[in-house]
Design a binder for this molecule. Structure first.
Ligand code: AMP
Ligand code: AMP
Length: 359
C-alpha cells in the first residue's frame, strides 16, 4: 500500500465506508453489490448519465462532474474522502484517465493494485505478464514483411476494435494500409504503433476471476462473450453483398452474453487464472487484488489463445448481476462480481486487513 493512501485510511471512519465508482461501464454491478453487502454508494457521474443510476435507484450519493477525468480534481477527491469512499476501478478509469494520473494523482483509497492497472494499458507489458504466466499467445509480427497467415492489425488505445482490419500477406498489408491512409481512416502515426497479431480462428471466451487476499484463493466466477458490431453482424449479409458494399470488419462492443463452457475446459481455465495471479506477484507485489479477466479465443481443437488481460472488473461480469452458474457453485445464490468485491472489503474490514486490498 502506498504511503499516502495508508495515512488517508487512518482518517477514515471504517464503520461508514462507502463504495464509489465512476458512473459507467460496470457501475450498476458494483453499486448493487455494495448495497447487498450493506454499504452506501457514491456515484461520480455526468448529469446526462444520472438517469441510469436514478432509475435503478442504486446511488446514495452523487458527485456530478463534466468529464470523468474531473475525478482527479482536488475538490472531488476531498468530497470522496469526506464520504470515507473506497473507489472501485473499472474500464472507464483506464479509458478516460491516464495510468500515471491514476497512480500519482488519485489520493483516494482504491480497491485493487494500481501498478497493474498501469500494466494493463501497455500491450507489451500485458504480453510480458501473460507469457510469464505461461499462457499461449497469438503470434506477434514485429514487421509487416513477416506476415505469413491471417493477421489482425490493431491500434493502441480504447478504441473498441475500431479500425482493426485483417490482412494475410505483406502485400495485402501494404495495399490495405495505403487505402486506409488515403481515406483518412488511420494516420501515419497510428500505423507506426500498429500491433500485428495472428488472427486466431475460433470463438471468443472471456473468463472472469477474483483473487481474494482475505481468503488466499483465486476464484473463477463466470464467463461471457462479447456482442461486437460489425463482427457479429457481418454474417447476416451474404458474402457477395459484403464484397460489393465493402463492409468493414470492426469490433465495437455493444453488449455481452453469459456463457458456460465445456466442463473439460475448466481445468485449463482454472490453472490459467492461478498462473496469471502468480505471475502478477512477481511483476507488481503483492500481485493482482480482486477482479481480473482474460480475453481468449478457443480453436476447433480446443486450444486456448489469450490475447488480453484486464486487471480490474470487466463489463462482461454484468451478465452475472444476480448470479452466474460458476459464482453459484462457489458461493450459492446471489453472488456476482460487484458483490464479491464488496464482500472482500467487508471481510477485510472485519479482520483488519483493509491495507492488504487497497492501494
Ligand atoms: P462507456 O462508459 O460505455 O464509454 O465505456 C467505458 C469504457 O469501457 C470504454 O473504453 C468501453 O470501450 C469499455 N466498455 C464498456 N462496456 C464494455 C463492455 N461491455 N465490454 C468491454 N468493454 C466495455
Ligand atoms: P481487443 O481490442 O484486443 O479487445 O479486440 C477486440 C476484438 O477483436 C475481440 O473481442 C475479438 O473478437 C477480436 N480479436 C482480437 N484479437 C484477436 C485475435 N488475435 N484473433 C481473433 N480475434 C481477435
Amino acid at each position: 500500500m502506498t504511503g499516502g493512501i495508508s495515512e488517508i485510511l487512518e482518517d477514515y471512519r471504517l464503520s461508514e465506508i462507502r463504495i464509489g465508482t465512476i458512473g459507467s461501464h460496470s457501475a450498476l454491478n458494483i453499486f448493487k453489490g455494495a448495497r447487498d453487502e450493506g454499504f452506501e454508494t457514491v456515484c461520480i457521474c455526468r448529469e446526462k448519465d444520472a438517469i441510469i443510476y436514478e432509475r435503478f435507484k442504486i446511488a446514495d450519493n452523487y458527485i456530478f462532474v463534466e468529464r470523468f477525468s474531473d475525478l482527479l480534481n482536488g475538490e472531488v477527491q476531498e468530497k470522496l474522502r469526506k464520504l470515507n469512499t473506497i473507489l472501485i476501478p473499472h474500464g472507464s478509469f483506464n479509458a478516460y484517465i491516464s495510468s500515471e494520473e491514476l497512480v500519482e494523482e488519485l489520493k483516494v483509497p482504491l480497491f485493487g493494485n494500481r501498478q497493474l492497472l498501469a500494466w494493463e494499458t501497455s500491450r507489451e507489458k500485458q504480453d510480458e505478464w501473460l507469457r510469464k504466466a505461461g499462457l499461449t499467445l497469438p503470434k506477434v509480427f514485429r514487421n509487416p514483411e513477416e506476415i505469413d497467415r491471417l493477421t489482425v492489425v490493431k491500434f493502441p488505445g480504447a478504441r473498441g476494435g475500431k479500425g482493426y482490419f485483417l490482412v494475410n500477406s505483406p502485400e495485402d498489408f501494404h495495399a490495405k494500409t495505403e487505402e486506409m491512409l488515403k481515406r483518412g481512416v488511420i494516420s501515419r502515426e497510428d500505423l507506426e504503433k500498429a500491433h500485428l497479431q495472428e488472427y486466431v480462428v475460433g470463438v471468443n471466451l472471456y473468463p472472469q476471476y477474483f483473487r481474494s487476499m482475505v481468503r488466499g484463493e483465486v476464484e473463477l466466477l463466470g464467463f461471457d462473450r462479447r456482442y461486437e458490431s460489425t463482427a457479429d453482424g457481418i454474417g447476416r449479409i451474404p458474402a457477395n453483398v459484403q464484397l460489393e458494399a465493402k463492409v468493414n470488419l470492426t469490433y465495437t462492443v455493444v453488449g455481452n452474453f453469459p456463457l458456460t463452457v465445456r466442463e473439460s475446459l475448466l481445468s485449463d481455465y482454472l490453472r490459467m487464472g492461478d498462473r496469471v495471479a502468480e505471475a502478477s506477484c512477481e511483476i507488481a507485489p503483492p500481485g493482482i487484488i480482486g477482479p481480473f479477466c482474460l480475453e481468449t479465443m478457443v480453436t476447433e481443437d480446443l486450444k486456448i489463445y489469450c490475447f488480453e488481460i484486464s486487471a480490474r472488473i470487466v463489463a462482461g461480469t454484468n451478465v452475472g448481476i444476480g448470479t452466474s452458474p460458476y459464482a453459484y457453485l462457489l458461493h450459492g445464490s446471489e453472488m456476482y462480481m460487484g458483490r464479491r468485491i464488496a464482500r472482500e472489503i467487508k471481510e477485510a474490514r472485519e479482520r483488519n486487513l483493509l491495507k492488504k486490498v487497497l492501494t
